[in-house]
Design a protein around this ligand. Sequence first.
Ligand code: MG
Length: 262
Amino acid sequence: MIKIKSPQQIEQMKAAGALSKAALRLAGTLCVPGATTLAIDTAVENYIRLHGAVPTFKGYGGFPGSVCASVNEQVVHGIPSPAVVLSEGDIVSIDTGATYQGWVGDNAWTFCVGKVSEQSRALCEVARDCLKAAIEQAVPGNRLGDIGAAVQELAEENGFGVVRDYVGHGVGRVMHEDPEVRNYGKRHRGVKLQVGMVIAIEPMITMGTYDCETLGNGWTVVTADRLPAAHYENTVAITADGPVILTTDEDGPWCSMEGGAR
Ligand code: MG
């Protein structure tokens, strides 16, 4: 069942969204050669708790981290670890969630660690642009298929793959609500978007095959061919005035992929 939010509730969700985004920006500053993904996780958890919120992912279904940190061929749900040390040329998806005053904000960017290959850079740029194109479709009267098709068309035009096994989702008082928000599909198909829906749009774009596998830890999703993947996510409200990104704040750019940048 899709839970429709009132304008007042959407206003309340902005606080959780802003905190989640600020945590994500903090994480990005730490994505430098030599950093461990556990150090990033610890910094984000401290930041979120310092602001009176709870890291949404911690303990979710037993997930051990406060962030998902997914390096290179890892698509999503990478577990932060002292053994995962970032190197020049890596790309790392950081996904942060904050629960604040009863509402969830969920967002992700993929950061470039130092100088990365042209191919990896292009993958990140296209994945980011897929998110942007998808958000533009998040208007009342459109359908979920318009969002999926926007992502799929742009990714495939650029020779990249679109992950099928994992999808975006409704967001509200819990992280995962209805509906499923696929990153592929046909225009004019699927659930009609209406004012008050809040969804996490999160394209997962691959350099090679879109087929995925889950590692033995039960969490970490990798591409079947072990080629890199990129992942960008915003929590977006559908309003009469168009899409409103809730995971936003005044202080930073809409999106950044520069690891180590302030
Ligand atoms: Mg999500």
